[in-house]
Design a protein around this ligand. Structure first.
Ligand SMILES: Nc1ncnc2c1ncn2[C@@H]1O[C@H](COP(=O)(O)OP(=O)(O)OP(=O)(O)O)[C@@H](O)[C@H]1O
Length: 372
């Protein structure tokens, strides 16, 4: 992978009592990792463990409790080597997940500065069809990859909003209780909006016209009734809109104005057709195009490609597009983790990838390196 240059990469991964993996230890060398094995063997579980090495609840948005391996139901642990850092995530039953970096307790958001991880998973096939929440989450992951401060900003905004929502539910009318919270929401909210726009601009610019995957035109939208005029969420305008919306918000029992109501509109650029109206295959191709553009932009800016988790992506591509995807991964030098049931899907990666086979026996996953 000499074309690749630098890349974010996981050097080693050790899982204990994590879903179907009772004890799995793997070492990687930066090449893409092609994982095959039968349905239910535990392939996606490996990708999920890698996704948890970035802030948030990972690619399945699972609670710590769900991940605990049955039947033994004792605490789970993920240990990973990232550059010269040791990351350890763990959770005991009934306890929240904890993060340690180089042996010291660390906030989860600190992971954003060690590793950028992007993913494409089958549930995202419905991204353009379902509610705005999934699209916002997608956009926030893109944004976080470019601007690691985004994680803290979103947490601070959400905390102020939870406090404000509590006042609304309790029927508090005294403006003094709202003012400080609304100032915080406006400051963080305007910054969230600005970072999302910044990320979208970078993403759009990094898409390649005429490539094997279609380009998407993207726009950040907000509900019309949010009371803020103009495309961007200006801090002062957001503060005024929050103050003006208290009565309406109290009736609704929640805050109706702010970046948590934003949506991402996508259009298949060459056809001028909204993404939600495109075929399933076209929608998937648009997402692949966006993930690759994201990786390309990061590599251009930081000389390091992010880790890519491509769950069941290869099987859905025709041979030409699959070859184009593999060639792009090679150019990026990205550590991509790919899954599929059949080893043939990854044959053309040959020695350019590490090939793993996952099997399941008595509810326990076993992973071994195999020849390409
Ligand atoms: N908490 C848990 N404890 C034990 N096993 C679990 C737990 N959560 C999930 N599993 C098991 O993990 C397996 C699913 O693993 P995974 O999703 O990684 O499969 P996969 O190899 O990607 O399969 P597919 O090809 O069907 O997508 C299932 O057999 C499921 O029963």
């Amino acid at each position: 992978m000499s074309e690749g240059g630098g890349a974010d990469r996981v050097g080693a991964l050790a899982l204990s009592h994590f879903r179907s993996h009772r004890r799995t230890r793997l070492t990687f060398d930066g090449r893409p990792v092609a994982i095959h094995g039968p349905n239910g063997a535990g392939k996606t579980n490996l990708l999920e463990a890698v996704s948890l090495l970035s802030p948030g609840r990972g690619m399945r948005r699972a609670a710590a409790e769900e991940i605990i391996r049955r039947p033994e139901a004792i605490g789970w642990r993920i240990a990973a080597a990232i550059r010269d850092h040791e990351i350890e995530l763990r959770a005991e039953p009934g306890q929240p997940r904890t993060t340690r970096i180089d042996g010291k307790a660390a906030p989860q958001v600190a992971l954003a500065r060690l590793l950028r991880v992007l993913w494409l998973v089958p549930s995202m096939d419905r991204l353009w069809l379902e509610g705005a929440e999934g699209r916002r989450r997608f956009l926030d992951r893109v944004t976080l990859s470019f601007l690691p401060d985004h994680a803290e900003g979103v947490l601070a905004y959400e905390k102020a909003m939870r406090d404000r929502n509590r006042l609304l539910k309790d029927g508090v009318r005294d403006p003094h209780w709202y003012e400080a919270l609304e100032v915080q929401m406006a400051t963080h909210g305007a910054a969230i909006d600005a970072r999302r726009r910044d990320a979208l601009t970078r993403l759009e610019a990094a898409q390649e016209e005429g490539g094997p995957f279609p380009t998407a035109a993207l726009a950040l939208t907000r509900p019309e009734e949010d009371g803020v005029t103009g495309a961007a969420l200006d801090e002062a305008a957001l503060r005024d809109a929050l103050a003006g919306s208290r009565g309406r918000d109290m009736a609704a029992g929640r805050t109706l104005v702010g970046p948590h109501r934003a949506d991402l509109a996508g259009t298949y650029a060459a056809k001028g057709i909204e993404a939600r109206l495109c075929s399933t295959g076209e929608q998937k191709a648009l997402l692949i195009s966006l993930i690759l553009a994201n990786a390309r932009a990061l590599r251009a800016e930081t000389e390091s490609a992010p880790v890519l988790l491509l769950d069941e992506v290869a099987a859905h591509l025709d041979a030409d597009r699959r070859a184009a995807l593999y060639s792009e991964l090679r150019m990026l030098g990205a550590q991509a983790f790919l899954t599929g049931t059949e080893p043939d899907l990854f044959a053309e990666l040959g020695a350019n990838a590490l090939h793993l086979c996952v099997t399941e026996n008595d509810g326990e996953s076993h992973t071994e390196e195999v020849a390409p």
